[in-house]
Design a protein. Structure first.
Length: 202
């Protein structure tokens, strides 16, 4: 069944979206208020939010985009908007979003806009498929939002395969241990897989 176009136009939605800096400021406010986004306001989710801000700040300082991706980005001649759907408690987003933002920064024609997944389920369904909720999800559009240019997410392909394998057969590994291994993978990979995937998409 074909999904109906959401009531709120994408252009209007993006006009009220966060920039990356605004998103980090929003996350900081949540931490100060002792809460996070979504219905689950457990201490664990609040702690994820706190740690994720630290991760983003750390990647902001240490991220090095490859010369190959930088060249691809700089070669873009027409204005684009890259929309990232995410939530502050999402660990994968904290590991990859700073890299995407840094890469986009090499071309002023690229605008990054951030939307909260749970506030926009209709657009999540429309863009990525019914009930797809894995985040972060990146989707790029031309300047007038008439053409979708590419999608990426919710995580690098290698890691996504690891995640799907774990869901099918945890092999006695707790989810907490698996998540720990995921973040170790990100630390070692330094977003090289993401870099290569973005080069392919561009």
């Amino acid at each position: 069944m074909e999904l109906l176009l959401p009531e709120i136009p994408l252009l209007e939605l993006v006009a009220s979206a966060y920039t990356y800096e605004e998103y980090k400021q929003f996350t900081q406010r949540l931490i100060k208020e002792g809460r996070t986004t979504g219905e689950d306001q457990s201490e664990a989710m609040q702690e994820y939010t706190r740690i994720n801000l630290q991760r983003m700040n750390r990647w902001d300082k240490t991220t090095v985009v490859s010369e190959s991706l930088k060249a691809k980005i700089q070669a873009i001649s027409q204005a684009q908007t890259w929309i990232i759907f995410t939530e502050p408690w999402c660990g994968d987003a904290a590991q990859t979003m700073p890299y995407i933002v840094k890469a986009a920064s090499y071309n002023q024609k690229i605008s990054i806009k951030i939307l909260l997944r749970d506030e926009n389920p209709d657009w999540m369904d429309y863009l990525f498929g019914k009930n797809v909720r894995g985040i972060p999800k990146l989707v790029a559009f031309d300047e007038e939002f008439k053409e979708e240019l590419f999608q990426w997410g919710p995580r690098p392909r290698v890691l996504q395969e690891m995640f799907m394998d774990y869901k099918m057969d945890p092999q006695g590994v707790s989810f907490e241990k698996f998540v720990e291994s995921v973040h170790l993978w990100y630390a070692k990979d330094k977003n090289s897989n993401l870099d290569a995937e973005l080069i392919d998409l561009l």
